[in-house]
Design a protein around this ligand. Structure first.
Ligand SMILES: *[C@@H]1O[C@H](CO)[C@@H](O)[C@H](O)[C@H]1NC(C)=O
Ligand SMILES: *[C@@H]1O[C@H](CO)[C@@H](O)[C@H](O)[C@H]1NC(C)=O
Ligand SMILES: *[C@@H]1O[C@H](CO)[C@@H](O)[C@H](O)[C@H]1NC(C)=O
Ligand SMILES: *[C@@H]1O[C@H](CO)[C@@H](O)[C@H](O)[C@H]1NC(C)=O
Ligand SMILES: *[C@@H]1O[C@H](CO)[C@@H](O)[C@H](O)[C@H]1NC(C)=O
Ligand SMILES: *[C@@H]1O[C@H](CO)[C@@H](O)[C@H](O)[C@H]1NC(C)=O
Ligand SMILES: [Cu+2]
Length: 628
């Protein structure tokens, strides 16, 4: 058999066998359901070269990939073998008809106490990239998360033919989609989340330094010299440093405690106590050579083209980053698991809780090569960055490792620097506000209810309010029974809104006073449309009025569909963001900022959607107390 025939046969075989081949990577169906077990433990490991206590899931960090097909009925047994209360939330999963499996303590379930187990059941009604994470306190900062991929059902319309119509390329893209590569991006501290919160509560400041950024759970501590820092200081950082005469970034490239202390709280804030902060937390940086993620990609002789699909998953506790892959172009094809019209970019802004699925075409010819994948924080509190490697090997050429000590061959050319700033003028940045959903569904011109929130500090600057007052008890203590089991019809208070059952669409207006950082707003249950944003005060009574007044600030035709989207930064001027969301999935849902310190500091709101139409809670959930 000649070379051509062999490759053609392989091409046809892989096309036909796709589903058989990839189905074998999924856990088997039992009783027609996809079963997973997540065992949580608390152990010592060293993701960036420094050992600490942290969560593992099934002995791994990040937790294992949960892979399933659209339409699957999913059953997940969570066994808590750690010494802490915990719950698991499936971020971005809309939980149609199963609000009791959403995993929020005090809202949809009680805590899973140490030694206990809880079973969650939901249907994979969506497709794309998600992640699971703890919803107790700031346990995300202790590593309790892992990726989820839902493979699209057969015959799902996909946007790939908007990139290319060449059948050879489309075949290569389909292959890449089956073998998609999760890129779990996180910020990392050497102290536990409990310790961090304790220091924050005692000192009355937030933003205790991080130590590294991890890519798929691997990383290094990078330290910048005092000579390197000034050129990398952002305007936002410089403005904050200006609060204290002579202030400079610390050895860990953080805003120093006295600058953090100078960020005003609201009236009645307690005096700051900097003496309780161990000085090393800000002022000692010891570089490590921990570990670095390397993804090996091989283009075989039979593959005419090589594409890869990366799932960028922002599991950060605080930081928002620019992501780039040296020399290559990323085609964004999905945002928060929703297909979009493909957009080419060299650098993508990823906020905590957001996901992007990107396709990358690798060169067909030429030598094997190592491409550096860069993650650079753009957040004010600290300069933090990381890299990993895509090791691309063209079958038949020498492996890239041969060139590892040959800088002229091994170093790929960056698009961005460690602050996420472009190094040349031809770098294309992805614009999250301009991206269009693929085959958008019509959205209503009018809504039934409008709720307005003001994102602000309430007390000291580690205490945050989603509207006026911070939420003091829900997430941290976990109320029993959970709100879902005892909904309070009609309740409107500082922490709860009740959307009437007859309302089908709702506008959420986030008002941002001057001086706020971006708050990545995350809604549980249904996703929302990012309808519009602007600067200044939101001075209208309704979105309809605003649309009439400033139509150019709204998109009522094909706005982005997301589950996490940041409010605009408001360093110089107030700002606003309007989200339009269907209220057709009765349940008790959390709406909150996805920055862990803001969430733990009280920045959350409970939405009771359609409490008259709540599905009956299954007995196994109502009666659960410890064992699954
Ligand atoms: C763990 O959860 C239980 C039940 O919600 C609660 O009574 C207990 O105080 C929690 N423990 C901690 C340490 O938060
Ligand atoms: C690169 O490393 C290899 C093996 O480690 C060594 O034999 C070779 O001399 C090195 N080449 C250069 C240019 O340093
Ligand atoms: C280094 O890489 C370049 C480019 O691939 C190649 O031309 C050169 O021979 C390599 N040098 C060594 C010492 O391997
Ligand atoms: C970065 O991009 C902007 C906008 O295209 C451009 O004005 C600027 O010169 C670029 N920076 C560098 C260092 O080339
Ligand atoms: C937010 O607080 C303001 C001021 O107290 C209040 O008028 C408004 O109704 C609150 N918004 C919601 C959604 O509860
Ligand atoms: C709601 O917030 C307002 C403004 O801070 C406060 O005056 C009021 O007491 C709060 N209501 C409750 C029930 O806590
Ligand atoms: Cu926030």
């Amino acid at each position: 058999m000649g070379f051509f025939t062999r490759c053609t046969a392989l091409f046809l075989a892989t096309s036909a066998l796709f589903n058989v081949i990839f189905a074998s990577a999924l856990p088997p169906l039992v009783d027609n359901k996809r079963h997973f077990v997540l065992t949580l433990t608390w152990e010592k490991i060293s993701p960036d070269g420094v050992e600490r206590d942290m969560f593992l899931v099934n002995g791994q960090f990040p937790g294992p990939l949960l892979e399933m097909n659209e339409g699957d009925d999913v059953v997940i047994l969570v066994k808590n073998e750690s010494p802490y209360n915990a719950t698991i939330h499936y971020h971005g999963i809309e939980m149609m008809g199963t609000p009791w499996s959403d995993g929020v303590p005090g809202i949809s379930q009680n805590h899973i106490q140490p030694g206990c187990a809880f079973t969650q059941r939901w249907k994979a009604t969506q497709r794309g990239t998600f992640f699971y994470h703890s919803h107790s306190e700031s346990q995300v900062n202790d590593g309790l998360y892992g990726p989820i991929v839902i493979h699209p059902a057969l015959n799902t319309p996909k946007p790939y033919s908007m990139i290319t119509e060449d059948p050879v390329s489309l075949h290569a893209i389909e292959l890449a989609e089956k073998r998609r590569i999760p890129m779990v991006l996180s910020d990392w501290r050497h102290i536990t989340s409990d310790k961090e919160w304790e220091i924050s509560e005692q000192s009355h400041i937030e933003h205790i330094c991080f130590d590294s950024i991890l890519i798929n759970g691997k990383g290094n501590v990078n330290c910048l010299s005092p000579e390197e820092q000034p050129a990398l200081t952002t305007p936002g950082q410089a403005a904050l440093l200006g609060l204290v005469p002579g202030a400079k970034l610390t050895t860990k490239s953080c805003l120093p405690p006295d600058v953090l202390a100078a960020i005003p709280g609201s009236p009645g804030a307690l005096p700051v106590d900097l003496a309780v902060i161990p000085p090393d937390l800000f002022n000692k940086c010891t570089a490590t050579t921990g570990s670095s993620d390397m993804i090996e990609v091989t283009k075989t002789k039979c593959e005419a083209e090589k594409w890869i699909m990366l799932d960028l998953i922002g599991t950060f506790g605080l930081h928002t980053v620019q992501v780039s892959l040296d020399e290559l172009t990323m085609w964004v094809v999905a945002a928060d698991a929703n297909y979009v019209e493909p957009t080419a970019a060299n650098s993508i802004l990823v906020a905590n809780g957001q996901r992007y699925t990107v396709l990358v075409k690798l060169p067909a010819e030429g030598p094997s090569r190592r491409y550096t994948f860069r993650v650079s924080s753009v957040s004010d509190p600290q300069i933090l960055f990381a890299t990993s490697t895509i090791d691309y090997r063209v079958q038949g050429s020498k492996p890239a490792q041969v060139y590892a000590n040959n800088t002229s061959a091994s170093a790929s050319t960056p698009w961005i620097n460690v602050r996420g700033v472009n190094l040349t003028s031809d770098v294309v940045f992805f614009d999250p506000s301009a991206v269009k959903p693929f085959q958008p569904a019509p959205i209503p011109r009018d809504v039934d209810k409008t709720y307005k929130f003001t994102m602000q500090i309430d007390g000291n600057n580690n205490q945050w309010a989603f509207n006026v007052t911070r939420d003091r008890d829900l997430d941290t203590a976990g109320v029993a029974p959970p709100l879902l089991f005892a909904p309070r019809p009609g309740l409107q208070d500082n922490h709860t809104i009740t959307v009437p059952s007859e309302a089908s669409w709702v506008d959420y207006v986030m008002q941002v006073p001057v001086g706020q950082p971006p708050h990545p707003v995350h809604a549980h249950g249904r996703h929302f449309y990012v309808l519009g944003q602007g600067s200044g005060a939101f001075k209208w009574d309704s979105v309809a009025e605003a649309v009439q007044d400033v139509p150019e600030l709204f998109n009522l035709v094909n706005p982005p569909l997301r589950d996490t989207f940041p409010t605009p930064a408001s360093s110089l001027e107030a700002a606003w963001l309007v989200l339009r969301r269907p209220s057709d999935n009765p349940g008790v849902w959390f709406l909150h900022c996805h920055i862990m310190s803001h969430l733990q500091g009280g920045m959350s709101m409970v939405i009771q959607d359609g409490t008259d139409d709540l599905p009956e809670i299954p007995k196994e959930f109502l009666d659960w107390s410890c064992q699954a």
